[in-house]
Every structure is written in C-alpha cells, then in structure tokens.
Design a protein around this ligand. Structure first.
Ligand code: EPZ
Length: 444
C-alpha cells in the first residue's frame, strides 16, 4: 500500500489548477441511469478512486462507459441496463454508491443496494433516504444487509428532512424526477454540488427548481433527453490548497475554482491571518502570514463552514499563536486525525465533539496513519509544515479517493513530497488492501 513521504518546512509558491468536484461528479454520473436514449457526456470529472468505483458500479448494472479521448470526460450509455443490484463489495468501499437508489427506482421502479455499513467518521445511516422514498410510494425492505426498494409507480409528495442530508437530497431529487406530479423537499441540503446536479438534470429535460434556499420543487416528467454537463470545481480541494498556503506561509494562485462557493473558508482563513486576494470569480491568490492567528471553527451544513474542511483547518491551528476550539457538528466521530496530529507535536484535547487546540511552536516529522479522506489531507498539510524530520503518511488510499494527483500538484508548488510503495511485503497492509483496523471499510 502506498505511503507519502514529506520533507516539510518549505513555503508552497506557484499556481495550482483545481479539478472537478468529486461530490458533484458522483450524483451526476449515477443520474445518467435515467437518460437511456443516447451517449451521455460528463466533463471535468476528476481522476479519483471514488470515480473509478462508481464507474465499476455502473458497468455492473449494464451501462457502457466509452473512451472519450479526454482524461476528464466520461461518455456513458445506459440503454442496456439490466441489473438493479449494487453489491456489498462495491458499496463497502464507497458509501456514495447508495446514490443509485434514486435513479434506478425512478427509471426501473426497483433497486437492491447493500447497506453502506459503518465508517470512521460516523454511523452515517440512510434512514432519511429510505423514509423519503417510502413517501414517494416505494416499498422498502431491509434484510441480510441489503435494502430492496420497488414501486408500481412513484407519486410526488412533500418530503421534510429532519436535518439537511446532501446525498439524501440528491437521491430524492433523482427519484422524483420521473415521478407523477410534484415533489417538494423541505430542509433540503444547500451544498452547491446539489445545484450542479439540478442544472445537469434540467439541461437534460427535468423540471427542478430551488424555490427557497432550503426548498426544492421537482415536477415529474415522462422522459429525459440527454445528459451533457461540465462538473463544477471542487471547493474542498480548493480549500485544502488554500490551507496549504496558509500553513506553509506560502503564496499560491488557485485557478479553475468557484470563489462564491468558498465564502466561509475565505472568511476563516482571513481571520487566521492569511491574505486572500480575489482575482476573478474563478481564481484567487492566498498568501500565508508569519503569525497564524487562532480562530474558533464550528462546522455546519452549507453555506456555513464545511465539515470536509475541519481536519485541514485543525492542522493549521496546531501552529497558531494561541488557543482555539473546533466543534464538529455534522458527524459524530470526525476527530480521527487528532491522535495522528499529536504524533507530529500538536497540542489537542478532545471533549465530546469539541477539540481544544493550543498552538505549538513547531511540528516535527513522524510516521502517521491516514484514517479517512479529509484526515489524510490534514496529515499531509501538517507534514508540509513540520520543520524537522520526515513525515510518512501511510494508508494514503484514503487520500486517493478524493484528491487528484495530489503529490504532483504539491511538488509543482515546491513541496518535497514523494509517493512510495509500502516497503515491508509481509506487512498486513501491503498484502491486503482491505486490511484496516478502523471502523470504516474505506468509505466516506
Ligand atoms: C455528503 O455525505 C458528502 N459526500 C460528504 O463528503 C460530506 O461530509 C457530507 O455530505 C456533509 O457535507 C458526498 O457528497 C458523496 P449527509 P452524506 O447525509 O450525504 C446524518 C467527503 O469528504 N444522516 O449530509 O453521506 C449523517 O449521519 C465526504 O467528500 C442521517 O442520520 O452526508 C450526518 O450526521 C465525507 N440519516 C448528517 O446527517 C440519513 O439518512 C449529514 O450527513 C442521512 C444522513
């Protein structure tokens, strides 16, 4: 299994191009199930492990993924889908596979999907998804670790989410797209990736509108035409590189971003002392400051501070000039990176869903282990700022799920970073990629 080796202490300087959004690509790719007339085209898709997984899943359903001659363009033909089961061995590696429920139910009135199982960052049930599908007229049966959903027809309904759920909102939008009548989703999630999917569906003949910030109305249509869409930039990758500039006291120009989706991250990094210079709606410069100020962070659904940036901000705060409190309010166990940051010299105490971070004078290189996607990014950032000794981050398959060519992008900015294969061929890690002693079976 690959590891990342980092010699830290150097400012990152230069230009980085941000890839397409993982969390917009996944729902848009599965929505192609509902467009069975011709070749669907999806552009600006990042080359990630999670994308490879969702492509495998679509092919297992009978879809055809054709060569497009362009690394980030997918051509998907779903005319011959003849299987409606998403098996455990695929779903366990990526919980977002549950997103096939909505489109399969909409198009074929049936789906059988393995329950995703536990994860390092939390239990992450899908009860909101299933209760909503029932309200649309589906029968939902759970047994032997699988959920079976089927319906004679789907009828529009009013769905009220107890708390906003990103993939829950996406699943219901897709299920309602071909239903009879109108569906209203209240307390819908507001993440921009959802609006990107709505744009893609509407351009293909759907009738979906965000009528209020947290309300979405879907008028069911009989048939969709063709999916042809360019995925929006990945705001979490952008935020991660912004934090990389701040933690290394660097000077990074980010391009191919959507500045309007980064308001809460820009605010917090500016509060921490970084200089953020907006160049255009799709580019900005982030300059790190000599002194990193301590800022409190409280994660919350969009448009507030994203939980997917919590670990990266914590890495920055480990070198701040004072004391801050980071509260994780979205997932119940998203502090797996804390113990590893402490190995690098951080001073962090956890109390329930609060982490109290006291800035340290410096971090020192050490061997650390990634436990989930954003934790791995946090450890890379901390390694880049560790001023003495090498940092080795193991289990970076977590990183590969959500960051495209990370070490190349960082090296192009001046980082001394390399990817190495695990040295010990007998180590459990090397032999068995599924080896993991965290609760999560590599899903997030
Ligand atoms: C999406 O996960 C993202 N994944 C996550 O990104 C992100 O962290 C999360 O939204 C929150 O923003 C994708 O979009 C593929 P939720 P999702 O449903 O949809 C609870 C990354 O790093 N809940 O919005 O699974 C849930 O446990 C990943 O890219 C229920 O209780 O998250 C959580 O506490 C990690 N029952 C809260 O709601 C449900 O049926 C929000 O979860 C659904 C959710």
């Amino acid at each position: 299994m690959d590891k990342m080796v980092i010699e830290g202490g150097f400012p990152l300087v230069g230009e980085v191009s941000i890839s397409g959004s993982k969390n917009a690509s996944l729902p848009i790719i599965v929505s192609s199930i509902m467009f069975d007339g011709s070749d669907n085209e999806i552009d600006n898709v990042p080359d990630l492990e999670d994308i490879k997984t969702i492509k495998k899943l679509l092919i297992s359903l009978g879809a055809e993924i054709k060569e497009s001659g362009q690394a980030d363009k997918l051509i998907i033909n779903t005319s011959n889908i003849n299987n409606y089961d998403a098996p455990y061995d695929l779903v366990k590696t990526m919980r977002a596979s549950v997103l096939v429920l909505g489109p399969l139910l909409a198009k074929y009135k049936r789906a059988r999907v393995s329950l995703p199982g536990g994860c390092a960052i939390g239990a992450r049930p899908i009860d909101f998804h299933l209760n909503a599908l029932k309200l649309l007229g589906a029968t939902v049966e759970v047994d032997h670790g699988y959920v079976d959903v089927y319906a004679d027809k789907l009828k529009g309904a009013v769905i009220n989410f107890p708390i906003p759920s990103v993939t829950g909102t996406e699943n219901v939008i897709m299920a309602a797209t071909l239903a009879e009548g109108t569906t209203i989703i209240k307390n819908a999630a507001r993440e921009p990736e959802i609006d990107d999917m709505i744009t893609a569906l509407n351009n293909g003949g759907a009738e979906i509108k965000r009528t209020e910030p947290a309300v979405i109305a879907i008028n069911g249509v009989k048939k969709l035409k063709r999916l042809c869409h360019r995925v929006l930039p990945d705001r979490i990758e952008a935020g991660t590189f912004m934090a990389a500039s701040a933690i290394t006291k660097g000077d990074i120009f980010l391009k191919n971003i959507n500045v309007s989706h980064l308001k809460s991250v820009i605010e917090k990094l500016s509060e921490a002392g970084a200089r953020v210079i907006i160049n255009s709606s799709s580019s900005m410069r982030v300059k790190g400051s000599k002194v990193i100020k301590s800022v409190d962070i409280s994660t919350s659904p969009y448009p507030d501070f994203p939980t997917d940036m919590q670990a990266q901000m914590m890495a920055l705060m480990t070198l701040s000039s004072g004391l801050c409190v980071i509260s994780e309010n979205v997932f119940e166990n998203r502090f797996m990176h804390v113990a590893e940051l402490i190995r690098l010299g951080a001073n962090i105490k956890i109390r329930n869903n609060f982490a109290i971070v006291k800035g340290a004078k410096k971090l020192s290189g050490a061997e650390v282990m990634a436990t989930d996607l954003r934790a791995s990014a946090s450890l890379v950032l901390a390694g880049l700022a560790s001023s003495d000794g090498l940092t080795t981050v193991s289990r970076i398959y977590h990183l590969d799920r959500g960051y495209e060519k990370m070490e190349k992008k960082l090296a192009d900015l001046g980082a001394i970073i390399s990817r190495v294969k695990a040295s010990d061929p007998l180590s459990a890690e090397a032999e068995n990629p599924d080896f993991n002693d965290t609760a999560c079976s590599k899903s997030a």
